[in-house]
Each structure stands twice: as C-alpha cells, then as structure tokens.
Ligand binder design. Structure first.
Ligand SMILES: [Zn+2]
Length: 286
C-alpha cells in the first residue's frame, strides 16, 4: 500500500477547528477508526496496488511555506506513553500542529508533564478543546510496577536507578487500586489464577489512564478551563483501536474523565468485569 501525503500549494488550507470538546473527541475517534481500517486492509492483503492519498498542508506540520515560524494551534493535548509503538499523531491520523503531545513512560503525570498541560490550557486556549490521556495495552512501565507489586523483593532489581524507582512508585497507586477492584469483582482467589498478572497489567493500564484524566480534569477546572473536555482511552497494540476493554462497541472511543474520585469506581468495575479481562483470567469462576 502506498500512503501519500500530498501538499497542493494552490489548495485552501482545511484547518480542523472543532468548536467543542465533544466535536474534537469525535474527530480523534474517527481518525483512529481510519487508522484501524488501514492496518486491517493491509492485514487482509488489500495493500497491493492500493494508494491512499492524505491531503496535507505544511502549515499543519508546523512549517510556514512563506518563511518564518507559525503559531502553535492544536485543538487537542495528548498525554501518552513514550512507547515507540504508540505515536499519537499517527494513531489518530492528525498532523503535528493539531496536537500538543506530551509523552513519558507509563503516561505518568509528574510535575513536568502537569506543567506542560497547564501551559497548553493557559496559552493555547484559543483553539484547545480537548485533553486526552492515552494509555496502551502491554505497557512496559505499568508491567514493571505490577511486577514490583506482585514480588516486592524485585524492587531493587526492577528499579535499578533512583529515577526508575520514582517512576515505578508513581504507578504503584493505580496498580493497588486495580488489584483491589479485581478482587472485589472476582473474589480473593483471583490472585491464584494463571492469568492474574496479565489481567492486572491491563486493569492497571486503564486505572492509571482514568486516574490521570481525573487529575487533569481538576487541573483544567482550577485554571478556569471548564469548557475544555478531558478524556482518556487505551490503545490496543493488537487491534490499533483506542477504547476500553469494557466498551460494548468495536468503534474507537474516548471516555470522558470522571469529575470526582467516586467516578473512578464504576469505570474500573466495568473493566474488571469485562469479557476481555475474563478471557485473560481464563474464563468465569467455575
Ligand atoms: Zn507504555
């Protein structure tokens, strides 16, 4: 398959400028749906002789064809993992000047990440409509925290430097919360199931994204950016879809951030009882 980004200097710039957070969310969901479709067509062998032309304007890539430097004009800010397999612009099929992207292992909200999002909320507010926390399946940073939780004696081995220990520390809270939710949904015997570690990793990925989204929702409100939507989702490395394991749709979906801590419970309960988590655990209790 040839994917061609085509710039036509005579064409009018078609800048996407959503008026609301909901509209911005729909644009990203549709973009992820298109990305899933491209990968699915390639897998199905439909790539031979197929050409996909993506209209592109260098201004959306952040360059000014007339010289000089452009203003930043993103409509969405993304906090995603540094994982090389999870490039946000590609996953959502958007251009670089449309998304303000902050990436850090485990999409952990430390002070520098928070400051970056605060900057976007305060200084890019003319076009910014949405903030998204994007976790992903099989996250290495979350897996490290799960392994420390399951085998505390491995903390020194996994956290080989102070910086890595600090990162793992930040992820232990969502891992604890995910473990509690799994036990409340499946009973304390769940820890003995062969698939418990895998299920806990995926639960913790979702919990971490939801907790981070709650934190950013509070930050946006504190800064007077109530109208900016905050959402979260998990990118599935196997299907390329952004959503949650508990979704009852195969379409891409970004979930709205809870606006209070109590809102995290139904989200993680639904994930814990989802068929995806059940499959990882090896089926319903016998
Ligand atoms: Zn990751």
């Amino acid at each position: 398959m040839d994917i061609i980004y085509r710039f036509d200097p005579d064409a009018e710039l078609e800048r996407v400028q959503p008026e609301s957070g909901a509209e911005a969310r729909t644009i990203l969901e549709q973009g992820n749906g298109q990305f899933c479709d491209i990968v699915a067509r390639t897998r199905a062998g439909e790539h031979t002789g197929t050409t996909l032309v993506v209209p592109c304007d260098v201004r959306l890539l952040g360059a000014d064809p007339d010289g000089g430097s452009l203003r930043q004009e993103p409509f969405a800010a993304i906090v995603g993992c540094a994982d090389a397999r999870v490039p946000p612009q590609m996953i959502f099929r958007r251009m670089s000047n449309e998304m303000f992207v902050v990436r850090v292992a485990g999409n952990v909200i430390g002070s520098e990440v928070l400051a970056s999002v605060e900057y976007a909320l305060e200084h890019l507010s003319s076009g910014l409509r949405l903030v998204v926390v994007l976790g992903h399946s099989g996250c290495g940073a979350v897996t490290a925290a799960v392994d420390v939780y399951l085998t505390p004696l491995r903390f020194e081995e996994i956290g080989s430097t102070r910086s890595i220990r600090s990162l793992v520390d930040k992820l232990l809270l969502p891992v604890h919360a995910a473990a509690r939710r799994l036990e409340s949904a499946w009973g304390s015997e769940v820890t003995r199931r062969p698939g418990y570690r895998a299920a806990l990793i995926e639960m913790a990925v979702c919990t971490n994204a939801a907790e981070s989204a709650l934190q950013l929702r509070r930050t946006a409100t504190m800064l007077g950016a109530e109208k900016v939507e905050v959402a979260f989702g998990v990118y599935d490395l196997a299907t390329q879809r952004v959503g949650l394991p508990s979704d009852d749709t195969a379409e891409a979906r970004l979930a709205l951030a809870p606006d209070a801590a109590g809102g995290l419970v139904p989200i993680s309960e639904a994930v814990a009882r989802s068929s995806a988590i059940e499959a990882l655990l090896g089926g319903a209790p016998g």
